[in-house]
Write a protein that binds this ligand. Sequence first.
Ligand SMILES: NC(=O)c1ccc[n+]([C@@H]2O[C@H](COP(=O)([O-])OP(=O)(O)OC[C@H]3O[C@@H](n4cnc5c(N)ncnc54)[C@H](O)[C@@H]3O)[C@@H](O)[C@H]2O)c1
Ligand SMILES: O=c1ccn([C@@H]2O[C@H](COP(=O)(O)OP(=O)(O)O[C@H]3O[C@H](CO)[C@@H](O)[C@H](O)[C@H]3O)[C@@H](O)[C@H]2O)c(=O)[nH]1
Length: 437
Amino acid sequence: MRITVIGCGYLGAVHAACMAELGHEVLGIDVDAAKIELLSAGRAPFYEPGLPELLTSASATGRLSFTTDISRAAGYDAHFIAVGTPQKKGEHAADLTYVDAAVTSLAPHLAPGSVVIGKSTVPVGTARRLAGIIAGVQPEAALAWNPEFLREGFAVQDTLRPDRLVYGLPDGDAADHAKTTLDEIYTVALGNDTPLVVTGYETAELVKVSANAFLATKISFINAIAEIADVTGADVTKIADAIGYDARIGRKFLNAGLGFGGGCLPKDIRAFQARAGELGADQALTFLREVDQINMRRRVRAVDLTRELLDGSLLGKKVAVLGLAFKPESDDVRDSPSLDVASQLRAQGARVVAFDPQAVENARRLHPELDFAESAADAARDADAVVILTEWREFRDLDPAEFGQIVADKRILDGRNCLDPDTWRAAGWRYRALGRP
Ligand SMILES: NC(=O)c1ccc[n+]([C@@H]2O[C@H](COP(=O)([O-])OP(=O)(O)OC[C@H]3O[C@@H](n4cnc5c(N)ncnc54)[C@H](O)[C@@H]3O)[C@@H](O)[C@H]2O)c1
Ligand SMILES: O=c1ccn([C@@H]2O[C@H](COP(=O)(O)OP(=O)(O)O[C@H]3O[C@H](CO)[C@@H](O)[C@H](O)[C@H]3O)[C@@H](O)[C@H]2O)c(=O)[nH]1
């Protein structure tokens, strides 16, 4: 199948490379010339494990190319829309400018019988509206909505081995053609054992935002319990383990700490509430406001705990921040709780020196006022306190005895409950965590 992927960011670049890996002929299209230049040279414009290898192998087969020229989409069979849908400035709603621009610029180049496949996360009702735009220009092209569930850091494996596929199909005769096209893209290559949910546009759009709302709620649930653990001397990690053994609950996504961030969960739960409001159903999702507030309180708590750890004052204290990305195995700092805490610590008078294995450049662009180090040891040299904000493996593996030689004072805040408190305390560290005694 000949496929274009419009929007080559964290989602689209991986999708394009994986589709080429599955044997399709793929053209990636983006308005960002610098990104396209890198991708054309077989280089990943961001950190994603496995992507560089795929780009190299796909480029060698000649099945994967990139362009900024949307007119080159003419003649392709299927077009994935993978552009951004960020939060609107000063509002909770999603900004659909990029999706609208992508579809509008693509429409004149659509061949009869081609299928446009939405992947971006959009408010319910968007697909039906976009189908109208396409029908007005090329009535013989169809639109399907095929939401994406990949996680950054595991994006390649999640794309090549998805938990499930969701096809949101158009009404009427176009549905069969759209389904056949999606089947040719996925099931022929992936096999038939991937669970498939075939449905209409609205259900498909809602599957995506419901999944993210559920994940965000699960994290905020355990973080709310962490607040209670903090005032009772209980240990939230043991609570999570114990309730997680119940198969109906499950241990995944019960890691209490600094809370969720990134380019998806925060903006998606906000956009979902905004859309519910527009639909006159705002009461249905008021709990998501609470989920958001619990989440944002974690950042304040982390700053407060660091201050406590430093005997009540951050002023002039050197704080080594370990971790800036919103999660490990990513360089993404969009709505990163870690970067937010780092900048709040500095704003409150601490001398922050931060390190992250992959996210320093992105963090520097957003917060040039912070000082950055070349390694964890560099950041920690003569520090009055160390705060771990993103649980990269290299931080989890730190040797407390060795690390204790570098710092001025052995005080550590484990913002992700990723260290063994007993080992660190035994090595003479004053250890604090969120939701742990
Ligand atoms: N990042 C993820 O893990 C992930 C997972 C599932 C779904 N999503 C959803 O996928 C969408 C994209 O997210 P992302 O993280 O890849 O964003 P991103 O910002 O990394 O990438 C978006 C890309 O679209 C490009 N773009 C903007 N307007 C364009 C246009 N008119 N034509 C061509 N390209 C255009 C941008 O230059 C950018 O490279 C969002 O809706 C997001 O919610 C993301
Ligand atoms: O127990 C947990 C699990 C995660 N997090 C945090 O939650 C955020 C999101 O993590 P994760 O979901 O792994 O990352 P994303 O790559 O943002 O993926 C989410 O958002 C994507 C974009 O919509 C979806 O495709 C994925 O299915 C969905 O998991 C990160 O800040 C994590 O640190 C926790 O605090 N505790």
